[in-house]
Design a protein around this ligand. Sequence first.
Ligand SMILES: C[S@@+](CC[C@H](N)C(=O)[O-])C[C@H]1O[C@@H](n2cnc3c(N)ncnc32)[C@H](O)[C@@H]1O
Length: 252
Amino acid sequence: MDLHARRADSFGAQAEAYAEHRPDYPVAAIRWALEPLGDRTERLDVLDLAAGTGKLTAGLVAEGHCVTAVEPNEQMLSELVRRVHGVRALPGHAEHIPVPDQTVDAVFVGTAFHWFDQEKALPEIARVLRPGGVLAAMWAEPATDVEWVRELEQVSASSVESQRHDPVSIMAHPLFAKEERATFPHSHRRDSPEAAIAWINTHSRLIVIDDEERAAINEKMLAFLHQRPETSNGPFDVPLVAEVFRTVRVSE
Ligand SMILES: C[S@@+](CC[C@H](N)C(=O)[O-])C[C@H]1O[C@@H](n2cnc3c(N)ncnc32)[C@H](O)[C@@H]1O
């Protein structure tokens, strides 16, 4: 298995910690993503693809939508089923979505689009969307314009690089209109430096490295967080930015 595939499949080993420590998504980002559907008042049929433990799924359910969650990793999907109720949860991949043609109004992808084989996933997403339906890919990432957050990112760097997405060509495909992008401020409450470290340890760049390297990085992070005034005095908020790309399925 190559490194990309190993990382894409790595999250299950940390499923419980993932559910416990990863951030959710701002409701403003979800609403912005759905704007192209207009002022429809009925419940929308929404697919959360690569749903993980349900961080985004829970936000979609709270907005009153009829949500189907699809996730390939068994441990991640079990956490989702345990924690998010009122959702249809199905095992499956973005490249082969277990949902019939033209049955959803919107497909959401939270912090996972970069793991897909996009040449296969985009036509699959287009297949399940109704004409005019929305595809929204979003990421909730540390706000690196804040000095201590940027430094924490540097301190937590491992021998495996962060898996960045290409913000421009990400959804370029003849079945989709040109994408639009927006960002939303967000934050992630942490009770202690240890809780911040637990969150950072749920990233694949730290899951797939060996124990010795991870222990050394964790030690550096702990020293850093105990020494910074922003993080060494009780609970703190980590500034995040939610970055959203939305596009609309065009008719053939
Ligand atoms: C970083 S997690 C994001 C989970 C969730 N959407 C969230 O926002 O917390 C990435 C997820 O993508 C899933 N994944 C990886 N490759 C996938 C693929 N080809 N199709 C669907 N899901 C995939 C992983 O199993 C993992 O649960």
